[in-house]
Ligand binder design. Structure first.
Ligand code: TA6
Length: 303
């Protein structure tokens, strides 16, 4: 992005002492500071990178070894996985193609004491070669005492589109071994670490090794009990029937060039998705909305 283009963006969308757009290693990033929270959002991938509500430590995690590079997603924050979640067909990128593409900034505005930021991406000749549909995908970020992310999939074509999707949220926890997730008890999950074996969750989810699970047919609120930080992080969702829980643990994390060896101890993904059998069909002219709201409370209670 040229300095001129950046200046035009700030002219149109900047908000004095609240919001400006800067380049980080060539990637335009929105920096937000309100009385309720600080946040950063990359235009590339429409990726929320950080959110820190007043009075709390950072809620989202980004790797200290994260790479800010055109065409490469940042390890952390909230990558948008669309129009598929997980491995793509032969030669297609994992988690879809929108997380490495440039999105357009559409709106920055106050709605009462909440700051609304809208970003969007539409199909083009390149995307239609990968996935032959006309679409408008929009992320609406609402920053207040909570973080709301609303992913709106609009079918602007003449054929129904079938998609899976995810807000692949990386959370900052004090120690993964002293962290649990409640809200998924008695829920069916596919264990990606063990050949997609099917299991029913018993009680809270705890972590003693690589964990990669797709919980299906669930619209439950999940709570991360982050005992080291003495806090609870709630994830409320709408329009989502799958929740993915992921921590790579030591060996898999060691294979990531954009993650330091021991960082897996401070991160946990609780992802708001429609995955595997929870796919979504959007008919021509229609839209589908998937929303996640993140909130933080001090103090942890045993689940
Ligand atoms: O959501 C969990 C997962 O699908 C894992 O299997 C792992 O692949 C992770 O996403 C990260 O994927 P990425 O392509 O961002 O390295």
């Amino acid at each position: 992005m040229t300095k001129q283009e950046l200046a035009v963006l700030n002219e149109e969308f900047g908000m004095i002492s609240t919001l400006d757009i800067r380049e980080v290693s060539g990637v335009p990033v929105i920096f937000v500071s309100t009385p309720d929270a600080h946040a950063r959002i990359a235009l590339q991938g429409g990726q929320v990178l950080s959110w820190q509500p007043a009075g709390h430590s950072a809620v989202l995690w980004t790797s200290k070894a994260a790479v800010y590079q055109t065409g490469r997603g940042v390890r952390g924050g909230v990558p948008v996985c669309w129009p598929w979640f997980g491995a793509g067909d032969e030669g297609k990128p994992a988690h879809g193609f929108v997380r490495t593409r440039m999105w357009q900034l559409r709106e920055t505005n106050w709605l009462g004491n909440q700051l609304i930021i809208r970003l969007g991406i539409r199909d083009d000749e390149e995307t239609r070669k990968i996935w032959n549909h006309s679409f408008d995908l929009e992320l609406q970020v609402v920053l207040g005492r909570t973080l709301v992310m609303r992913l709106v999939s609009r079918n602007t074509g003449s054929q129904s589109m079938t998609l899976t999707e995810g807000l692949h949220t990386y959370f900052n926890v004090g120690d993964i071994a002293n962290t649990e997730v409640t809200g998924l008890a008695r829920t069916l999950y596919l264990d990606k670490v063990h050949d997609m074996d099917r299991h029913i969750q018993s009680g809270a989810v705890s972590f003693t090794g690589e964990t990669d699970r797709v919980y299906l047919d669930t619209d439950s609120i999940c709570v991360i009990h982050d005992r080291e930080h003495d806090r609870r992080i709630g994830i409320r969702k709408l329009g989502s029937l799958s929740t993915v829980i992921w921590n790579p643990w030591r060996d898999k994390a060691a294979g990531f060039t954009d993650m330091q060896p021991d960082e897996y101890k401070q991160m946990l993904c609780v992802e708001t998705c429609n995955a595997v059998s929870n796919q979504v069909v959007v008919d021509p002219g229609k839209q589908h909305v998937m929303e996640a709201e993140i909130l933080v409370e001090a103090g942890t209670t045993r689940p």
